[in-house]
Design a protein around this ligand. Structure first.
Ligand SMILES: NC(=O)c1ccc[n+]([C@@H]2O[C@H](COP(=O)([O-])OP(=O)(O)OC[C@H]3O[C@@H](n4cnc5c(N)ncnc54)[C@H](O)[C@@H]3O)[C@@H](O)[C@H]2O)c1
Length: 346
């Protein structure tokens, strides 16, 4: 274990995936409370823009690295958050082998660092571990309905395998591991072309393009504003004792996609029509977290209503896209990473 030499004020916290949508908000919040933050990111789906304001912060360090190849660091850690993983279907399906290896090999590397330093570890898992759920709302003891060979399996099964690894490390007494099962989260800094439903609809409405709805639009989702999620993640990391069980973090408000589209149009009025497209394979029909555990263990529940969070997010997209809104989106929806080669890892 490396010797801690800090002043004792604040913790040294590694955030893998810190240049991403959620990770960058987490970095902000940790720095704001006086922690030192080491962000590790490969930028495969994140963006330097998200962390540019932090670059000159004395408590911020950036390491550009893929977590599949990240297995040492020269300073001791108090906490490790693992948020590194492509999170939207087009992004995680672009290089599915890399997604799976990120979940398993990458998580394994970060767990080893936590074990080395006796650091607490938080795994950003997902509601996708429930697959297309046969139980509603989803409680943490529901074991899920996942297609282990479908196009979403690299993510769903990857995250399930990562959870298994985390709980093996916890049971073996090798790392103080906490697991958050995150439900759909939205807010400023989502990439405009990441293929998620809220960014899709808002950007389409703002730029006057037809709103794309997959299936009939009667499938449901629950949407959590990013500041609420970050508060929940930090509460789970810091709570003592470790709950020792996965905890759902999400907003239990449940909306059909058609209802969401109506709210988007109320915030960003558009004359454009709705374009209905076929539902992708294995797309879940209903999603709503049961958050009793989060309330009991963490005293946490989300505070920001969907209408308010959508407005903040729309304002951010309008400011960010500006006059570009009419142009083709600047980034490719999916940055095609070269296919991940199993066995090439150092
Ligand atoms: N946002 C949501 O609705 C949601 C829902 C459920 C779970 N999650 C989980 O939360 C985490 C963060 O999600 P997000 O929405 O911020 O996604 P994001 O794509 O914006 O952020 C992920 C970050 O991880 C980085 N990354 C991906 N693979 C990497 C690798 N192998 N090595 C190093 N960096 C890598 C990306 O470059 C990006 O900066 C993910 O693990 C995701 O699975 C998010």
């Amino acid at each position: 274990m490396l010797q801690r030499t800090g002043t004792g004020k604040g913790k040294t916290v590694l955030v893998a995936g810190g240049a991403g949508f959620v990770g960058s908000h987490l970095c902000d919040a940790l720095l704001a409370r006086g922690d030192r933050v080491i962000c590790v990111d490969s930028y495969i789906t994140g963006s330097k823009d998200n962390i540019r304001p932090l670059m000159n912060h004395p408590g911020f360090r950036l390491i550009e690295k893929d977590i599949c190849e990240f297995n040492s660091i020269d300073e001791p850690l108090d906490q490790v958050y693992n948020l590194a993983c492509a999170a939207s279907p087009p992004q995680y399906q672009a290089d599915p082998v890399h997604t799976m290896m990120t979940c398993v090999a990458g998580t394994g590397n970060l767990l080893a660092l936590a074990e080395r330093d006796g650091a607490s570890f938080l795994q950003a898992s997902t509601s996708e571990v429930y697959g297309d759920p046969a139980e509603h709302p989803q409680r943490e003891d529901y074991r899920g309905n996942v297609n282990c060979i479908g196009p979403r399996a690299c993510y769903d099964e990857g995250k399930r395998a990562a959870e298994a690894l985390c709980f093996d490390m916890l049971r073996a007494g090798r790392a103080d591991v906490r697991v958050a099962r995150i439900f759909n989260t939205y807010g400023p800094r989502m990439q405009p072309d990441d293929g998620r439903i809220i960014s899709n609809l808002l950007v389409q409405a703002i730029s006057g393009k037809p709103l794309t709805i997959y299936g009939t639009g009667e499938q449901t989702r629950s949407f959590c504003y990013v500041s609420d999620l970050v508060t929940g993640l930090m509460a789970l990391m810091d709570v003592d004792p470790n709950p020792g069980v996965p905890i759902n973090l999400g907003n239990p408000g449940e909306f059909t996609i058609n209802e969401l589209a109506d709210m988007v149009v109320a915030i960003a009025p558009t004359m454009a029509e709705v374009a209905y497209k076929p539902l992708p394979a294995d797309d879940p029909q209903r999603r709503r977290p049961d958050i009793l555990r989060a309330k009991e263990f963490l005293g946490w529940e989300p505070k920001v209503p969907l209408s308010e969070g959508l407005r903040h997010t729309a304002d951010w997209f309008i400011a960010t896209l500006g006059s570009d809104a009419e142009k083709p989106l600047r980034r490719q929806a999916v940055r095609q990473a070269s296919a991940y080669e199993i066995g090439v890892r150092a």
